[in-house]
Design a protein around this ligand. Structure first.
Ligand code: ATP
Length: 328
């Protein structure tokens, strides 16, 4: 059963344009002009109940705009959206009980209060009976390893603990669908891993449907078998992470350690696209079909200490898909 259905969804923002200076301000006052920004262009996809999907795209691609339409914060310019059987922008109470939106850069818990006080307010908003409130807080506190932290003012918690408390608050009403926008933003590696582990466990325990954006590929590779790639407002890939790797990585990375210091960088470019140079080591990106030729040429023409051939990391694959702008 599809928990999220998106059909031909678009969002156009109208931005007021103003010339500089006093004349520009006066002109803007009397004769306002607008420019259109197509933030999301005719995207369609469906997410099944219990599925965890990664939503990837470079800055400004349209991810947050899409999440805002899926959660009813803004109206689409055109197209249809259904989430858990509801039309989001109607924002009926039943819909808000079934979803949550977590934005890594925004906080809902009050800075000077212990998280527990804010959680009590949330429980009142969502009409959660005291017994259930205590049970859920206990369960989530354990899953998030937040024992002893909820009674301290938020400002005294570490960044990672604050993010976990935010997650707890966002999940108190036990939503079926989680929209997570950069939930690990700015966290150190350990805190990222523990939030990731929590999300995996939460998804398994409650069969929650999760759409997750993250700039950290480790989050996506650890949690999402399927990814949606958005670029300049258009959906350019919807499929498995493995499929992306297999189909869209027609390159191999060739790492060569030279016996002598590197002279002219231009002399090396004939072997492949130079990814980076580190001391006497060069990393090339070589089309799969040229691999044998490039390696034989390197062995014949350069004095080398070591050579290895690797598959590019998934970050590289996605980066090249975005640079190309389209996936065939
Ligand atoms: N309220 C707004 N008014 C006008 N334009 C907007 C508004 N919000 C976003 N945009 C524009 O829409 C486009 C998509 O922005 P959006 O925030 O959805 O991208 P994003 O993929 O979430 O980016 P990031 O990863 O940087 O958060 C951008 O060009 C942005 O400048």
């Amino acid at each position: 059963m599809a928990m999220v259905t998106v059909e031909g969804l678009s969002k156009i923002y109208n931005i007021a344009v103003k010339d500089s200076g006093l004349f520009g301000t006066l002109k803007h006052f009397w004769h306002r002009q607008y420019r259109e920004i197509a933030a999301v262009k005719d995207i369609s996809f469906a997410i099944a109940s219990g599925e965890m999907v990664g939503f990837l795209g470079p800055n400004g691609a349209g991810k947050t705009t899409t999440l805002k339409m899926l959660t009813g914060l803004i109206h689409p310019s055109s197209g249809n959206v259904q989430v858990a059987g509801h039309i989001p922008f109607r924002r009926d109470a039943g819909f808000l009980q079934k979803i949550t939106l977590v934005m890594g850069q925004k906080q809902q818990l009050i800075w000077d209060l212990p998280a527990l006080d804010s959680l009590r307010m949330n429980a009142a908003v969502y009409d959660i009976p005291d017994k259930i409130f205590k049970h859920r807080v206990g369960e989530l506190t354990e899953m998030l390893s937040l024992e002893g932290k909820l009674s301290q003012p938020m400002r005294k918690l570490s960044l990672g603990e604050r993010m976990k408390a935010e997650l707890l608050a966002a999940l108190l009403h036990q939503p079926q669908v989680l929209f997570l926008d950069e939930p690990t933003l700015g966290l150190d590696v350990n805190a990222q891993a523990s939030v990731r582990e929590f999300l995996r466990e939460y998804n398994q325990r409650y069969q929650a449907t999760i759409l997750l954006t993250s700039h950290y590929m480790a989050d996506i590779t650890a949690l999402c078998k399927r990814v949606l790639l958005i670029h300049q407002g258009g959906l350019i890939y919807d499929g498995s992470l493995d499929g992306l790797h297999n189909n869209f990585a027609p390159y191999r990375e060739v790492r060569v350690e030279l016996a002598q210091p590197i002279g002219d960088r231009n002399d090396l470019q004939k072997y492949g696209q130079i990814l980076n140079i580190d001391g006497q080591a060069v990393c090339f990106l070589v089309p799969r079909e040229n691999l044998t030729k490039a390696v034989s040429q390197i062995l014949a023409e350069l004095e080398i200490l070591d050579l290895s051939v690797n598959e590019p990391a998934i970050e590289e694959v996605i980066g090249s898909v975005f640079r190309a702008g389209t996936v065939h």
